[in-house]
Each structure stands twice: as C-alpha cells, then as structure tokens.
Design a binder for this molecule. Structure first.
Ligand SMILES: [Zn+2]
Length: 349
C-alpha cells in the first residue's frame, strides 16, 4: 500500500500553475505514455487526460538534433501539445538531460525538475560546461525532487498521483509487505556514478501503476526494495537503465511483478541478456517490448520481433516510438508500436 505524503503548501508553491495544454488527451479521457526512441538514451512523454504533460529525460544532444527532433515530433505533432508542463531530469548523464535546453529553445517548458544540480560530477570533468545550457534554460530555478515528494498533477474523475520514490541515493521509507525475493540480493561493487542517484517516479492513474527509475543501479534498487516492498506490484515497467545489467536487480523486478515491460535500449546498448532473463522470470509478465533490436543478440534471446519498435541499426533508424494508453477509468491499457501499430490491450491488475 502506498501512502502518498501530503503535498505541502511550500512544495506546491514551487510549481508554476499552468493552464496545461488542453489539446492532448483532452476529450478521450485517456492517459498516454510515449517511449521515444533516442537510440539508447531515454525520453518518456506522459500526457494526462487534463492535457498536462511531462517529459522524463531527453536523449543525446548531438547527432544533428536527432533526439531533440524526435521528442519535439511527439510533443507537437503526435500529442499535439501547446506547451510542456514538466521537464524532468532523472540524473546528470548526457543521454538523459541532453536536450532539455534545446527543446526549451523551440517549445515552451513551464517547470524544470531534477535531483538538484551538483557543482561537479566525478565521472564527467566537463559537467559544469555541459550543464550550463540547462541552467540557463531553467533560469537556475529548477525544482529539486526528493524521495517521498509528490509531483502535483491535476486529476479529473480518475485520480492521478505521482510520487518520487528515489532521488540522490535516498529512497522512500521501507514499509509494505516483506519482499519474498529479498534473499536473492547479491550486492554489486558500490556505484559512485550519478546513476545510483537517479530519480524514480511512480505514476498512478486509478488502479494503473507505472514505474520509471531512470538509470537507478543495483544496490540502490535493493535499498529501496529490502527487506520490505514499499511499491507493491505494478502494471507497466520501464526496464531500468536501458535494460543494462548494472540495474534491474531481480530483488526489485521480481517483486514489482509487472505485466508489461518496455526497454528503452539502442541497437548495441542495453537489453542485456541478464536483464531479459530476469524479465522472463517475472510471474505476471504478459508482454515485453523493446525500442530496438539488440543487434548482438539472437532473435530468441530478446523481445519477440512483433514487439520491437526499431529493427535497424542507428544509421538507418526511423525512431519509432512505443505508446501505452490507459483507459479513462484506469482499468485497462493498450500498448502499440508507432502510429500504425496494432494496439494490444492489457487489464490493469
Ligand atoms: Zn542512460
């Protein structure tokens, strides 16, 4: 059972009130989640029935604006938004904050949310320069998210909630039922990179539950999920850290027991065999999607071809997205690949 912390007036006051972009989502009452293909980075767009929008991470900054343009296409042409209400950085690696500034240069962004901007980053000597455009786009007024915070999203008839469950290495209180998989934890060497400090967000819409953990790594996953499971079971899981095996600790993945999983991998990054093996062990898993074929793996060792959005190598890739769309009462959801894809329906657990 999740107990959402009460939103303090102080925290609420940090958020600019926006009218939302009433185009998208509005009308059909559905909550949409787009996993944009950024070739092994991450970029997830959420649009609520109220037309409120969030981008979690923004892909790589180079390659001639490739990832920026793919994200803008979803925001402007697919979701038909008029502005982006919340732009989140899960952590300070370039495949996650690479285009926040360049998107903001072309499209109105209302709130910037992150884990706090460090002065320096051990693994990236050029970080101060790299983060400068973000500082300037956010006018140095980005909001710091901490574990236990609630991101206030507007609800309609079906309540929407978003809780920060990890940030800056901290995790929410370890309440809940005992995690039956806790004894399977085998610690990895300490991860001193910013991955371990990723923001993780749990989105709820009625009974529907979606979890997105950025690049959170193994030992922090265990810290969150041991000895008790404070998150319970979820419906839709974005495989953590592009499906790399430095993340997706079975202690977490098996306890979450998702029904559907989407891995935001690239042709040669992520969707590792160990992660896929863990996902295949998930008791309730009904479908596994990948943004890319892992060109290093055999067909039988990854998601079925019908569930892979992009089969080509990066040079020839058209960047097809995966979309999950939750019914207005939250009781079921569809997943489809690209605008022409067939939508498969899944019941909310
Ligand atoms: Zn990453």
């Amino acid at each position: 059972m999740i107990r959402f912390a009460l939103v303090s007036g102080f925290f609420l006051s940090l958020f600019s009130v926006s009218a939302g972009s009433l185009q998208a989502g509005a009308g059909d009452g559905r909550l949409d989640i787009y996993f944009v293909d950024v070739e092994g980075g991450a970029a997830t767009v959420i649009v609520t029935p109220q037309g409120e929008s969030m981008l979690i991470d923004s892909g790589y900054p180079d390659f001639g604006g490739r990832d920026r343009d793919r994200i803008l296409d979803v925001l402007q042409n697919v979701a038909k938004l008029e502005q982006l209400d919340h732009a989140v950085v899960s952590h300070w690696h370039l495949d996650h904050f690479g285009n926040h500034a360049s998107i903001a240069a072309k499209f109105k962004v209302v709130n910037f949310l992150d884990r706090g901007i460090p002065d320096s980053l051990g693994e990236d000597p050029g970080f101060a320069d790299r983060v400068a455009p973000y500082r300037s786009a956010s006018q140095n007024r980005s909001k710091t998210l901490k574990a236990g915070d609630v991101v206030p999203l507007k609800s309609g008839t079906t309540p929407i909630g978003m809780q920060v469950v990890t940030a800056s290495g901290e995790v929410i209180a370890n309440r809940g039922e005992v995690n039956p998989f806790a004894s399977q934890h085998v610690p990895q060497p300490e991860d001193t990179s910013d991955n371990a400090k990723s923001i993780s967000l749990l989105l709820t819409f009625g009974k529907f539950r979606f979890l997105c953990c950025g690049d959170l790594t193994w030992n922090t996953e265990a810290k969150l999920m041991m000895p008790n499971n404070p998150l319970g079971q979820i419906d839709l899981f974005m495989a953590t850290h592009h499906g790399l095996n430095a993340s997706n600790n079975p202690v977490m993945v098996l306890a979450l027991d998702p029904r559907v999983c989407v891995t935001c991998n690239g042709p040669t990054k992520g969707a590792n065999p160990e992660t896929i093996a863990t996902l295949k062990k998930v008791k309730s898993l009904q479908a596994m999607y990948q943004l890319h074929r892992n060109v290093l793996l055999e067909e039988k060792d990854q998601a079925p071809v019908a569930n892979i959005a992009n089969m080509a190598e990066t040079a020839k890739c058209t960047g097809t997205w995966v979309k999950a769309s939750v019914a207005k009462d939250g009781k079921n959801y569809t997943v489809q690949i690209g605008p022409e894809g067939t939508a498969k329906t899944f019941e909310t657990r």
